[in-house]
Write a protein that binds this ligand. Structure first.
Ligand code: S3P
Length: 449
């Protein structure tokens, strides 16, 4: 399967055939969330950072593109991304509008840095980005003193006039690591100590990186959640030689494939297992899934391990809501596919955020599962289904969403008849190697142009 073709956007559809006995033992490209942050912190640090296993995701290239437009020297090699940090005050104004592509992390987190710059920046992204809410970062940045213009007050393109920020004490109204990170990044440029109070914990890679770079940063766990405090003005050290842990959210598709495809067993090497991302593994284990964590270790303040998985009988009734949802928000599409094989019920509630991801993911999951013959109930904030149910091959619409494309390619592995994924090239937004790796495990994956 020509994964390169997908990376260049030439391929539009792939056909997936049912298989059994998937086998694989491989590492995965670096975690998307950590890669974005490594590039952002490297750019505003003092000195050079050499980042190994930087994500191959198109999203993470968008972050590098934006940083280059802001005058940061970036060298992209096959094994290493080198970023020459310009320090807290060294970014330069870009005449051109910055393009975040499909990446919510890029536009939202970079906005925090842009709010700290004494110049005007315009930033936008693709069609999906222009539909996603930005008010959640505009509000706190305005409170800090930035001027921000947005279409209808909520949507990209954004025009950010930064500089002269003051610290705030902020409780984000949505559980969002992007919002939390945006405010903390802006806090690095603000006068005083910026506090973010997080009621529902979200992924904490920004916090790990603040420590890694020697920021003036403190984190306290209270009965009411996490209290994060960053004091502005202290320069950051470069990351030096930094290796990004493999992407757990990408690993989820292969774990899912192994769990539901008879006779499978796989090992994924050096994958990030940060507890703020591990709920999927915990839920799969509660279902009776044979998912192993081997050789756990810490690298650059981030826990990593090898992950193993094998075909399993999945059981029980599982209702997921609240803090669990924030922890596995990106894995819900593949969890829905896995749950078609559950001897029991999966209910997802309080997951409204899914409606404002790269696509309306509740709609995309329900629509595509129904196309494959699955009976599923849709709620405003989630869905419910009982299984096991037989998946039937069909025509899947990726909705231009990478995680939908990859989840339904996995569904195709156990469907009766062929499954056609239209808009399959979306996978390259987070994992351009996806179809190639699936093929290498023994799956029948065919490109049909
Ligand atoms: C991300 C946070 C999550 C997640 C996204 C990546 C991050 O979004 O869905 O894929 O890197 O901080 P929200 O913070 O908006 O929930």
């Amino acid at each position: 399967m020509g994964e390169k073709d997908l990376a260049t956007g030439i391929t539009r559809s792939v056909l997936i055939e049912a298989v059994s006995g998937l086998k694989g033992d491989f590492p995965l490209p670096g975690d998307k969330s950590i890669s974005h942050r490594s590039a952002l912190f490297a750019a505003i640090g003092d000195g050079e950072s050499r980042i190994a296993n930087y994500s191959t995701a198109r999203d993470c290239q968008s972050t590098l593109d934006c940083l280059e437009a802001l005058g940061v020297e970036v060298k992209r090699g096959p094994d290493l991304v080198r970023v020459k940090g310009v320090g807290l005050r060294g970014l330069q104004r870009s005449e051109a509008m910055l393009d975040a592509g499909n990446s919510g992390s890029t536009i939202r987190m970079l906005s925090g840095i842009l709010a700290g710059q004494p110049f005007v920046t315009r930033i936008t992204g693709d069609e999906s980005i222009q539909r996603r809410p930005m008010k959640r970062v505009i509000d706190p940045l305005r409170l800090m003193g930035a001027q921000i213009e947005a279409r209808d007050g909520n949507f990209a393109p954004l025009e950010i006039t930064g500089g002269g920020l003051r610290a705030i004490d902020y409780t984000p109204p949505v559980a969002s690591a992007q919002v939390k990170s945006c405010v903390l990044l802006a806090g690095l440029f603000a006068e005083g100590t910026t506090v973010v109070r997080e009621k529902t914990p979200t992924r904490n890679h920004t916090e790990a990186m603040l420590r890694e770079c020697g920021a003036d940063f403190e984190c306290q766990s209270t009965d009411d959640g996490e209290v994060l405090a960053v004091t502005g003005g202290r320069s950051l050290r470069a990351l030096g030689d930094y290796q990004v842990a493999g992407d757990l959210s990408s690993a989820a598709f292969f774990l899912g494939a192994a769990l539901i495809t008879e006779g499978s067993s796989i090992r994924l090497r050096h994958i990030g297992i940060n507890p703020s991302r591990l709920a999927l593994v915990e839920v799969l284990r509660q279902m009776g899934g044979d998912v192993g964590i081997a050789d756990p270790r810490i690298a650059h303040g981030e826990p990593v391990a090898d992950l193993t998985a094998g075909w399993s009988r999945l059981e029980g009734d599982h209702e997921l809501s609240g803090a669990t949802i924030a922890n596995l928000i990106d894995e819900i599409p593949i969890l829905a596919v896995i749950a078609t094989q559950l001897h029991g019920t999966l209910s997802i509630r309080e997951a409204r955020e899914l409606r404002v991801k790269e696509s309306d993911r509740i709609r995309a999951i329900v629509d595509n599962l129904r196309r494959m013959g699955i009976s599923i109930e849709e709620f405003e904030d989630g869905f419910r289904m009982s299984g096991p149910q037989q998946l039937r091959g069909g025509k899947i619409d990726s909705h231009g969403d990478h995680r939908i494309a990859m989840s339904f390619a996995v569904a195709g592995l156990i469907a009766e008849g062929e499954t056609r994924i239209d808009g399959a090239e979306a996978a390259s937004v987070s994992l351009p190697e996806f179809y190639g790796l699936l093929g290498s495990m023994g799956a029948g994956v065919r490109e049909i142009g």
